[in-house]
Design a protein around this ligand. Structure first.
Ligand code: SAM
Length: 323
């Protein structure tokens, strides 16, 4: 199968922006404009007017791949967000708190699909700092956040590596999402490439030299995140299929001085989307439990882009609360 053939089979995924309405309200509205809710939709026989709820991500709906939402008012007003299924995993796994005193960081935010997802999960409460270092992408981020009406987000044009973890503003951060630039090698849907990879040139034959540079940068970002004094949960994700950017980076991060100092381990599988069957590559991780802790999506087999998600937690702390 070519990438185009694989991409043609991927459903059109639509996330309900629960900051603005609920999934049942969205479903009722969609039925009112002519769509029919089914138990499931089949990738071998899509029907242009049928849709279904996703089995893993609450508030995510699946439509036939060619379904256009460009003229749909609910899309134009930010109530429906077009977002690949795998790219909904990081915010779901981070599971940020929805409280007035919550302080969360999205370290690499533009164009902002995961930021608006985090904001919705936080029910627009607390503070969500969204950093982006590229000015053009930062402007896109601001547009996207205002369309999605994310009122708890502080978009900040800044390099995350220059953010001081002990600064008064950030010392209480408990959850960090880290979705840094990567090779984008998992992306089969061309339209998703610029949005998801964070790199400017599409390069399916990425060299080992380039992968090594990306991995060094990704590791640096994780280690910086581990330095925030109260951080208890860090999600690291890529849209790469290469172990160099995924399992290897996680393995190195777990062995780092920063991880040892703050006692970071991988969240067990039951805290990281346990219902999703495809897990990390055992041959590339230190042990079976670690491989089961992390998530992979395979572009050929899972009807999503290729993706990787891992979640670091502090020993003795489960799901953001003391055991
Ligand atoms: N999370 C985004 C989403 O779901 O819409 C996609 C993020 S994209 C993979 C990575 C982004 O991180 C790019 O926009 C890139 O410019 C930005 N970036 C890379 N290094 C950064 C850094 N050190 N600080 C802040 N932003 C950074």
């Amino acid at each position: 199968q070519t990438a185009d053939e694989r991409s043609a089979q991927i459903p059109r995924y639509v996330r309900v922006n629960t900051a603005l309405w609920s999934a049942p309200q969205a479903i009722k509205y969609l039925e009112g404009v002519g769509f029919m809710l089914k138990e499931s939709i089949s990738s071998s026989a899509y029907h242009p007017k049928e849709f279904a709820k996703d089995a893993h991500i609450p508030d995510l709906l699946l439509f036939a791949p060619q379904t256009s939402f460009a003229d749909e008012p609910a899309y134009q007003t930010g109530k429906l967000i077009l977002q690949d299924k795998a790219s909904c995993f990081p915010a779901a796994v981070l599971s940020p708190p929805a409280s007035d005193d919550a302080v969360v960081i999205d370290a690499t935010a533009a164009p902002g699909n995961k930021t608006s997802h985090l904001s919705a999960l936080m029910r627009n409460k607390g503070k969500l700092y969204a950093f982006e270092r590229d000015v053009r992408r930062f402007n896109t981020l601001k547009t996207m956040l205002s369309k999605a009406q994310c009122s708890n987000v502080v978009p900040t044009h800044k390099d995350f590596l220059t953010v001081d973890p002990n600064d008064d503003e950030f010392k209480d951060v408990t959850h960090i999402l880290l979705d840094p630039s990567c090779s984008g090698s998992g992306i089969v849907n061309r339209l998703d490439f610029l949005l998801e990879s964070g790199t400017n040139e599409e390069d399916s034959n990425v060299t080992s030299d380039r992968l090594a540079k990306l991995a060094a940068f990704q590791l640096k970002m994780i280690k910086h995140a581990m330095g925030f004094p109260k951080v208890r949960r860090i999600v690291y994700s890529t849209c790469s299929i290469h172990a160099t950017e995924n399992e290897h980076v996680v393995r190195e991060a777990l062995l780092s001085e920063e991880a040892k100092a703050a006692q970071f381990i991988l969240a067990p599988r039951d805290e990281a989307l346990s219902s999703w069957p495809r897990r990390g590559l055992l041959s590339e991780m230190a042990c079976e439990d670690d491989a089961h802790s992390v998530i992979r999506c395979s572009p050929g087999e899972d009807l999503t882009n290729g993706f990787f998600v891992s979640c670091f937690i502090r020993k003795g702390l489960a799901n953001g609360t003391l055991k």
